[in-house]
Design a protein around this ligand. Sequence first.
Ligand code: ACM
Length: 493
Amino acid sequence: MNALNLVPLPVSVDLLGTPPFALDDKVVIVADPAATEVAEVAAKVLSQTTGLTLPVASTSEGGDNTREIRLVLPPQGAVDEGALDMSDEAYRLEVTSDLVTLSATTPRGLNWALATLRQMVTPGEDGGWVIPAVLVEDVPRFPWRGLSMDVVRSFYTVDEVKTVVDLLATYKMNTLHLHLTDDQGWRLEIPGREALTEISGVTAGAGGDAGFYTVEDFADIQHYAAARGVTVVPEFDLPGHTNAATHVYGELTPSGEPTPAYDGAKVGFSKLYPDLPPTEPFLRDVINSMAEQTVGPYIHIGGDEALEMDLGNYNELVTMAEKIARETGKRPVAWQEAAGAGLPGNMIYQFWDPRLTREDMAKAVSEGGQLLLSPANHVYFDMQYDADTPHGQDWSGYVELRDSYEWDPVTQVEGVPEEDVVGVEATVWTEYIHGFDAMTYMLLPRLAAAAEVGWSARGALEWESFAGRIAPESAWWNAMGVNWHRSPGVDWK
Ligand code: ACM
């Protein structure tokens, strides 16, 4: 489609045919005041790409000999993340021989322009770096493009999570969903409920690391992410997947005794009890604290795999959690099983398990809900690539790069119109993924496929084209120092 290797494929790319922009140490990054943070990110990304150290300035020197990369925002570039308005993410990138202009209505849009710019930097004939003269105009197909990361079964440090944020931003993915609580551990400090992390912050799945994020750590992750256009969504998984909580608070169980710590990989055995008086205050304390600690507009309340609960208790608990979450002012998100609980409209349901009924989701959407797509057979990145993959599992089959690419988010749940599909979220569960090398090996290259499915126009998706465009990205992963998998069907450099 075009001579540039851009992932995800933009809406419109016009090569101007005029001389390229030479990227050398004379170039200055000039940013509007509201774009200074993105400009610092740009300096870092371009340094990582080329080794050049480019200064960031707030005003143009305007001399004849200066060449600039300009970051431009409209004066009142207000961001309203809750609105899921895709035009907030649109950007324009114009490159001529003496000026590179990135423009958008929000800093997030500027980050996406930067992601495109980074992919256009190529070695010049004289040993320097050049950017071809081009005009790119772009906007995403879906407003939610993300990754859900399980930091419970295996914990990942703040710096490792920041590197994952860098990878998301590289492919214009705007959401990092952190799965912070489960049977094996509790990963976010809850002021007033410090025992959760004191006791369950030091446990993990067998072979995985333990740890937790303090209030300051969580704020630090969110600030880093926001500067790169990425919103963090915290998850308190309930009413199943709650053994780390019942291990701390015996009062949450009928016997009054804490449950033993659990480091296995079974799911579905743990639960909460709606009729126990301490249950509701516990939910309230955790959900309120998570909401208070969260900058973004969403909170995830879990809802998956409560296999040992009777349906009445399940529905009662999910309803209780939804109400508390709603009262915080955040918009609640839940896994697909919650679609059968008769919750009020406007929930976002996350489809993950192709083995379960999809009818509840279609009905919940018809009553005002929306859908987030995470089908395990396409975007569960804990699935092995093939029988030789040394990490992960295979309950949903092997998932190679091409499987992550060739699917359409709007045809997964019959009866749901495109406007009620908020987007695509890949997941990575860490029962069998230990350490950061294993983590990025499972993410790359599949993350880029999920990103393109979420961003690019439906008619533009073509495997041969993607396979050609993704190949040179390995140079960037190497520059970032992250491990990746050589998926078949791509002529990796
Ligand atoms: C899930 O994979 N249990 C959401």
